[in-house]
Design a protein around this ligand. Structure first.
Ligand code: MG
Length: 161
């Protein structure tokens, strides 16, 4: 038996904000706006993990009305989310994701992002897929007004090692 989960998220881009993606600060003249550190990639992975077990979404567990989560490092949210998965007897088979951003190119950072996510979750880097795409200057991503991301995860029963 396996469980599949899906996540989608969007953040606005604005000057004067840090661009945090996959746990890394990416040098850029705009950053993502949000209650936490606005790491769209970690947010979609959290949502996909929660979705796989029908546990609601990231906003349910870490509400933006709670000042605890203001400016929080989303790596903490990912760790807490994956702990919920492990507590229920499941573990990650793999996660695949796509970040949609017009600029800057993310390719130079993708290996590092995979490593960060694997470290936070305590999984092998081979279990973490990250892809990036522009939207060919179309839509809010293309107009550099925002960043979006998608992720799917597959969970398998944790039989213990
Ligand atoms: Mg978000």
């Amino acid at each position: 038996m396996m469980r599949i989960g899906y996540g989608y998220d969007v953040h606005q881009l604005a000057s004067g904000e840090e661009l945090v993606i996959g746990g890394l600060v990416i040098p850029h003249e705009k950053g993502s706006v949000g209650h936490s550190d606005a790491d769209v990639l970690l947010h979609v992975i959290c949502d996909a993990l929660l979705g796989a077990l029908a546990l609601g979404d990231i906003g349910t567990h870490f509400p933006d009305t709670d000042s605890t989560y203001r400016g929080i490092d989303s790596k903490i949210l990912l760790r807490k989310t994956y702990d919920m998965v492990l507590e229920r007897g499941w573990k990650l088979a793999n996660v695949d994701s796509t970040v949609c951003l017009q600029r800057p190119k993310l390719k130079p950072h993708i290996q590092d992002m995979r490593g960060v996510i694997a470290d936070v979750m305590g999984v092998d880097v081979e279990q973490v897929g990250i892809k990036a795409t522009t939207t060919e200057w179309l839509g809010f991503v293309g107009k550099e007004e925002g960043i979006s991301a998608h992720a799917v995860v597959l969970l398998e029963p944790d039989q213990g090692e």
